[in-house]
Design a protein around this ligand. Structure first.
Ligand code: PLP
Length: 382
């Protein structure tokens, strides 16, 4: 019944976990869900108020502009200038997205011909792979290994792959490994993309979720980045707006125009009232972001010190709301956690074969629940 491209999709591990989780809940287990990469914190009130007001204005009820409201694109451009000191022409170098997942899912359609290679980090955000498959590109996985600080080794990519490589997906601060990248790595990517004629697509969804004074860079800060690439960003993680579906792509004019051509033919843009609320989010005080990071930082400290007290060797992340931990067998570990402690964690193998041997904890639950999870784990043998 279904097209081959659906049959070719890798099994969606997360759907399987959702099923097991629902089953446990039906059995009456008080499940602690450290699996979901979705903030439990609400969207800040001033942003919600802005949406309510905008939704009452009939001017927002029509088809939006395909590329996004110019005021929204200007707000994005000003935010990038303030935050990363990079300038974008709001008219030609900024595109509104219906969440950055949408941009990631559509970008290969603009640049990849059937049979072209797409380079993507493994483990990685699953949409890098599925969008490659939908565009009939061939996936080349770039392993992220602990011994390389979870950065891909660009010089290990075979010459025959490079010859036909058209696009590269990568993202730091990284989901799922929570690794960060130094700007020197982004400089390396710009050189690499130039040399090999590759469109570099950086996924920067977590740049604002950072701790201990760390400030994540943007790929676009590097000289020459606009000529080779673009960055996908989003309001989802920064302002607890995952359900709202609002993001942005920024980058070189021609590249942004390519993605824009795909989108014009597929969707009709994000609801104007949501874009107006997005403007409020980007242009108001950023104290709400600092507050959220303080909360995540306390949770991170609770989880990391708890896991260490249980004897696990775990790295304390500088950014993202994930803790990535080495285990013997990621599926077995996750199953045991759910069956014997009622705790959901995500097996690393769900993000790609190089994620095997790791699990991901999301610190999207409060300190009390994280402490309870640690107490429940204390009785288990791993
Ligand atoms: C959450 C996430 C996104 C997409 O978020 P949107 O809600 O679609 O903006 C993109 N990349 C990574 C790595 C993510 O974790």
């Amino acid at each position: 019944m279904y097209a081959k491209r659906l049959d070719n999709l890798p099994p969606y591990l997360f759907a399987q976990i959702d099923k097991l989780k629902a089953q446990k809940r039906a059995e009456g287990v008080d499940v602690i869900d450290l699996g979901v990469g979705d903030p439990d914190l609400p969207t800040p009130k001033h942003i919600v108020d802005s949406l309510c007001e905008a939704a009452r204005d009939p001017a927002t009820h029509h088809y939006p502009d395909y590329t996004g409201m110019i005021e929204y694109r200007e707000a994005v451009s000003e935010w990038y200038k303030r935050r990363f000191n990079v300038s974008f022409d709001a008219k030609t170098e900024v595109l509104a997205l219906i969440g950055s997942k949408e941009g990631i899912a559509h970008v290969p359609e603009a640049f990849v011909n059937p049979g072209d290679y797409v380079l993507a980090t493994d483990p990685g955000y699953p949409v890098y792979k599925t969008s490659t498959l939908f565009s009939e590109g061939i996936l080349h996985e770039m392993p992220l290994k602990e011994e390389n600080d979870y950065l891909p080794e660009l010089d290990k990519i075979p010459a025959d792959v490079l010859k036909k490589a058209k696009l590269m997906f990568f993202g730091y601060p990284n989901n799922p490994t929570s690794a960060t990248a130094p700007i020197s790595f982004f400089e390396e990517v710009v050189e690499f993309a130039k040399e090999n004629n590759i469109v570099a697509v950086h996924d920067n969804a977590y740049s604002e979720i950072a701790f201990d004074g760390y400030k994540a860079p943007s790929f676009m800060e590097v000289d020459g980045a606009k000529e080779v690439g673009m960055e996908m960003h989003s309001l989802s993680k920064t302002y607890n707006m995952t359900g709202w579906r609002l993001g942005m792509a920024v980058g070189g004019e021609e590249l942004i125009a390519g993605l824009g051509r795909v989108k014009t033919n597929v969707d009709s843009g994000a609801f104007d009232a949501i874009q107006r609320a997005g403007i409020t989010a980007l242009t108001s005080s950023q104290q709400c972001v600092a507050d959220a990071c303080n909360i995540y930082q306390k949770r991170r400290d609770t989880l990391v010190s708890g896991l260490r007290s249980l004897g696990f060797d775990v790295r304390s992340p500088k950014a993202t709301f994930y803790v990535w931990m080495k285990v013997n067998n990621s599926m077995k570990f996750a199953e045991k956690m759910l069956n014997e402690a009622g705790i959901v964690v995500t097996p690393g193998v769900g993000f790609g074969k190089n994620g095997d041997g790791y699990v991901r904890f999301a610190i999207t639950r409060d300190v009390e629940r994280i402490n309870e999870a640690i107490e429940r784990m204390r009785g288990l043998e791993f």
